[in-house]
Design a protein around this ligand. Structure first.
Ligand code: F6R
Length: 613
């Protein structure tokens, strides 16, 4: 959601900004713009839609672009005001000298706008960002210094913001500000970068300063000074960039999503090899405060979207292995309830990006009530980490495709390992069962490879299914979240309607939808407690002439009498099956979306990090 890049150095800045913004495209956006400072003037170029439209605009001003070596750029995901050129950032002060880009939301923008209009400011956009621009400009005139003006203005703002600001009369600097929206400074050689996320500056710098909330940086070509909003200088230690350019390349795949699906078995291999030295020894999970966790009598897990589905799987595991009561809730709902959370509670936040606003608010809320906070995130440099007592890093590598795939698998594996480790720390756990689970986990990567190796056959099945307008995915028990996740993946990248439903609930309403135009995909794991019941539910759907698809490890020949398409996965214990059964659903969604010509990696209206509530 929105992305910021700033550059100050010796290179032609337009190119630096566009390259940086390209690496943030995955976050999702609907307009783009840059401001270039050539010492005398600040020029702004903007376009609706993708960055290539902005590049077309820049093409017409080639000469002008070469002389500027400092500037700020932005990709915008519309919140206040539709995605138009007027609403795109950068925004400019009425005198034309100050420019600003913004990630986040200014909550008190209405009051401020009224005040600024009374004071004579006029507005050309519908955005909250333009309010911030005029406010900084007003304070700049009062303080007669960009740094002071920004410091005064940010104290008047409520909400979440990361800003990059330039002024024509102080052309040697960019001011960067962070409050509840991420911002980093990349330290180069006679050049410095500002960005909302690391991919924007991967390969450009070796060292990064992570700004914390309530901090601003004065960035010149050769110096970076970080201060708090009261003007105190802060000593920030630069950190080494631990991502390589390879992390954000497609490596020959048509889409990042396909690459990321194919990376999953290696991610699982690595996670397991770090944590299971032998099935006979206890798991090696670092950074967990077991003394605290063992005292907890209840668990709540809060997350959004795909991460919420991982949370639902975790409920089954924790309740069956640890015998602790688990409440799973969408963060966006949790934050508007007076939850029964306290010192007896372990609150687990799951967020791939670590920047999801609802999940961060929920975690803060739980912490304020005395809960112990454990967070699973793929970005140990993200905001959620600041509010967590313990972290489980997902170690899945940067996930570029908007649709979460490899991070979901890493979440599941990490949750399995956490549940097993917790059970191992308890007295009275069934150690034989835990050992068996560890053994089966170790066998998982090879089985995942087997599923991935059958992608061509799945593609053919996907092509046969791409014509349908609506799907029902159904399952029971631990695979209900798998059905929901499969349906989410299909709808978000192919725009085909898909519902993930508890198979036993179908006859309480949704069965009315079924006819020959409605495929029903069922997840059936033989040996599991729900297999026979699932088969009956499939017969019921078949009797309504639905096109039937099975994802199953069963070799039962009778299945061909019920199912039109059978997607086979290797034999697996039901408890671990969500990891394996999910992969064909990811591939199915991918191949259907690709066949329909969808923009797989950047589906419409979606953003990778949802930083607004
Ligand atoms: C779907 C998807 C989203 C995210 C959700 C939470 O493919 O990616 O549903 O799972 O926005 O994001 P994180 O995990 O970053 O908090």
């Amino acid at each position: 959601m929105c992305g910021i890049v700033g550059y100050i150095g010796n290179n032609a800045v337009a190119e630096e900004l566009i390259n940086g913004l390209k690496n943030l495209e995955y976050r999702g956006y609907d307009s783009a713009g840059i401001a270039l400072n050539d010492n005398e003037n600040i020029d702004i170029f903007k376009a609706k839609g993708k960055l290539c439209n902005l590049c077309d605009v820049l093409e017409q001003h080639k000469k002008q672009l070469l002389s500027s070596t400092r500037g700020i750029g932005h990709i915008r995901w519309a919140t206040h005001g539709s995605p138009t050129v007027e609403n795109a950032h950068p925004h400019r002060s009425n005198d034309g000298k100050l420019v600003l880009v913004h990630n986040g939301i200014i909550e008190n923008y209405k009051e401020l706008k009224e005040e600024l209009i009374k004071q004579g400011y006029h507005f050309v956009s519908e955005t909250d960002t333009e309010v911030a621009t005029h406010l900084v400009d007003r304070e700049y005139h009062l303080a007669q210094s960009l740094e002071q003006g920004v410091a005064r203005a940010v104290r008047l703002l409520k909400g979440a913001f990361a800003f990059c600001i330039m002024h024509q009369d102080e052309p040697d600097k960019i001011v960067a500000v962070r409050k509840n929206a991420p911002l980093i400074i990349g330290l180069g050689d006679h050049e410095n970068f500002i960005a909302s996320d690391v991919p924007a500056i991967i390969g450009k710098v070796q060292k990064i300063i992570y700004l914390d909330d309530g901090e601003m940086a004065l960035v010149t070509q050769n110096q970076v000074t970080v201060k708090d909003f009261d003007g105190h200088i802060l000593n920030k230690n630069p950190e080494v960039v631990n991502f390589s350019p390879e992390a954000i390349s497609k490596r020959g795949y048509k889409h990042f999503m396909l690459k990321e699906i194919n990376e999953q078995s290696d991610i699982v291999r690595n996670l397991l090899s770090e944590r299971i030295s032998s099935v006979d020894s206890p798991l090696n999970l670092q950074g967990i405060n077991w003394n605290e966790i063992l005292k907890k009598t209840k668990v709540e897990i809060i997350a959004c979207g795909t991460s919420l589905h991982a949370a639902m799987v975790a409920k089954y595991l924790l309740e069956s292995l640890v015998k602790v009561s688990v409440n799973v809730e969408a963060a966006s709902e949790y934050i508007y309830r007076d939850t029964i959370t306290g010192a007896d509670t372990l609150t687990i936040g799951i967020s791939q990006s670590g920047e999801t606003a609802d999940t961060i608010t929920a975690v803060k809320q739980a912490k304020a009530k005395g809960a112990h906070i454990l967070t699973l995130t793929n970005r140990v440099d993200s905001s959620i980490v600041r509010y967590s007592d313990n972290i489980i890093p997902l170690n899945a590598g940067i996930e570029v495709s908007v649709a979460a795939t490899k991070s979901y698998t890493a979440q599941l594996i990490s949750l399995y390992l956490f549940a097993i480790a917790w059970a191992e720390h308890q007295t009275g756990s069934n150690l034989k069962k835990l050992k068996e689970l560890k053994q089966q986990l170790l066998e998982l990567p090879a089985k995942m490879d087997e599923v991935l190796s059958k992608a061509d056959a799945l593609k053919e099945q996907a092509l046969r299914l791409a014509q349908y307008k609506s799907f029902v995915y159904m399952a029971r028990g631990v695979n209900l979240p798998t059905a929901m996740e499969g349906a989410l993946k299909l709808k978000e990248i192919s725009y085909i309607n898909a519902t993930g439903y508890a198979a036993g609930e179908l006859k309480h309403g949704p069965i009315a939808l079924l006819d020959e135009n409605m495929p029903v995909l069922a997840i059936l794991i033989p040996g599991g407690v729900t297999y026979d019941k699932m088969l009956s539910n499939c017969e019921e759907a078949k009797a309504r002439h639905a096109k039937m698809i099975a994802v199953t490890s069963s070799l039962d020949e009778h299945l061909v009498t019920i199912f039109d398409e059978i997607i086979r996965i290797p034999e697996i214990d039901e408890a671990l099956s969500p990891i394996l059964a999910n992969i064909p659903l990811q591939l199915l969604a991918y191949f259907i979306a690709d066949a329909l010509g969808r923009e797989v990696d950047q589906p419409r209206n979606l953003a990778k990090s949802v930083t607004v509530e």
